[in-house]
Design a binder for this molecule. Structure first.
Ligand code: ZN
Ligand code: ZN
Length: 332
C-alpha cells in the first residue's frame, strides 16, 4: 500500500513526509484493518510533523481523522464486519483499568496511545485500528465530510463541555479554524450568543455567516462579558485576551495540545472565581455524543480536498494559515 511516512520532523515547507510503498497491515486479534477513503489534516499532525510535539515513534504515518471501510477483522472482534464504515479518532487505545478509565475520563489515561503519534494513522491506503475505539458514523455525511468531524469536531464539542457552556450561554471563541467552525454550529444549535475573536477578516466574515453575534480581533474588548471562552489559537497571549473577556465565574478552556507559554498576568484577571482549564484528548463517549448531534443539527463542514500524494502541501497550507475550514486527503 501507499503511505505518507515521517522519518524525521522538519518544517512543513521542507516537505518532511515521503510517499512510500509499505506492507499492508494485518489485524491483531482485537483490531480492524480499514481501507481508508478520507483522512482529515489536523493542526496536531502539523505539530508532530514539524516536531513541536516530540515524536513518540519514528518512522510514523500521521493522520487521526480517518474514514474507511472494514477490510479485515481480528479473531476476537464480534461487533464489526467486513464492509462496515468506520471512523478513527485521536484516541488509539486506553488501558481500561486505571482510575481515569474507570471514571469516564479515559482521555486522561496515563497509558493511552494516540493515532498517528504512537501508531500509524490514516495518511495511507490502509490502517489498523483497535476495534473498541473505532467509531460508527452517521449516514448523512459523505466520507470526505465526516473526516474533519473526527478530531476538530469532537474536540470542539469536548471544549464546549469543559468550558461549562449551556443553552443560552454567552460564549467567546478565540481563533476560528477547523475546530471552532464546527463548535460554533453546536453552540448556535444550543441557542448560545457567540462572539468570535480572530485576526483574519475572512474568518470574521465566515463567523458572522455562521451566526456569530459579533466578530473582531484578539485585542478588541468583548462587547459583552462572557460566561465562557475557548481558545483555539496556539498562542499564549490569546489565553489572556480570553480571561479578560470572561465575566466573574467564567471559564476559559484552552483547546491546544501544544502552547508555547502563557505570559505572566495580574491575579486580577483570574480573581472572582474565573477558571482556566485545558482540554486534553477525547473519549469515546465524546465522539458518540458529538456525531449524533452533528447528524441532528446537521453540521456543515467546509473542506478543501487534496490527493494523498499532496499531504505535504496540505500541511504546508495549514502552516501558512491558508486553509479555510478543514483540509482532507482523499484516498483511492
Ligand atoms: Zn487507563
Ligand atoms: Zn486532531
Amino acid at each position: 500500500m501507499r503511505a505518507l511516512v515521517l522519518d524525521a520532523p522538519g518544517p512543513a515547507a521542507s516537505r518532511p513526509l515521503a510517499l512510500r510503498e509499505r506492507p499492508d497491515p494485518e489485524p491483531a486479534e482485537d483490531e480492524l484493518v480499514l481501507r481508508v477513503a478520507a483522512c482529515g489534516v489536523c493542526r496536531t499532525d502539523l505539530q508532530i510533523v514539524e516536531g513541536d510535539l516530540e515524536a513518540h515513534r519514528l518512522p510514523i504515518v500521521p493522520g487521526h481523522q480517518a474514514v474507511g471501510r472494514v477490510e479485515a477483522v481480528g479473531a476476537l472482534v464480534t461487533d464489526w464486519t467486513v464492509g462496515d464504515r468506520a471512523g478513527v479518532t485521536w484516541l488509539a487505545g486506553t488501558c481500561g483499568t486505571c482510575p481515569a478509565c474507570r471514571s469516564g475520563r479515559e482521555n486522561l489515561c496515563a497509558s493511552a496511545t494516540f493515532t498517528g503519534w504512537d501508531r500509524d494513522g490514516g495518511y495511507a491506503e490502509r490502517m489498523a485500528v483497535r476495534a473498541d475505539v473505532a467509531v460508527r458514523l452517521p449516514d448523512g455525511f459523505a466520507d470526505l465530510d465526516a473526516a474533519p468531524l473526527l478530531c476538530g469536531g469532537v474536540i470542539g464539542y469536548r471544549s464546549l463541555r469543559i468550558a461549562g457552556v449551556e443553552p443560552g450561554s454567552r460564549l467567546g471563541l478565540f481563533g476560528f479554524g477547523a475546530s471552532a467552525l464546527l463548535a460554533i454550529q453546536v453552540a448556535r444549535h444550543w441557542g448560545c450568543e457567540v462572539f468570535v475573536f480572530t485576526r483574519s477578516e475572512r474568518e470574521r466574515e465566515r463567523a458572522r455567516d455562521l451566526g456569530a453575534a459579533w466578530a473582531g480581533g484578539y485585542e478588541d474588548p468583548s462587547p459583552q462579558p462572557l460566561d465562557a471562552a475557548i481558545t483555539f489559537a496556539p498562542v499564549g497571549s490569546v489565553v489572556l485576551a480570553a480571561l479578560r473577556a470572561v465575566d466573574r465565574g467564567g471559564i476559559v478552556a484552552i483547546n491546544a495540545i501544544h502552547l508555547d507559554r502563557i505570559p505572566e498576568f495580574p491575579y486580577e484577571l483570574l480573581w472572582w472565581e474565573r477558571s482556566l482549564r485545558s482540554v486534553a484528548n477525547v473519549t469515546r463517549a465524546d465522539a458518540r455524543e458529538f456525531l449524533a448531534l452533528a447528524a441532528e443539527i446537521p453540521i456543515r463542514t467546509a473542506i478543501e480536498v487534496h490527493p494523498l500524494a499532496d499531504g505535504g502541501l496540505a500541511l504546508e497550507r495549514l502552516a501558512r494559515g491558508e486553509v479555510g475550514g478543514s483540509a482532507v486527503l482523499t484516498i483511492d
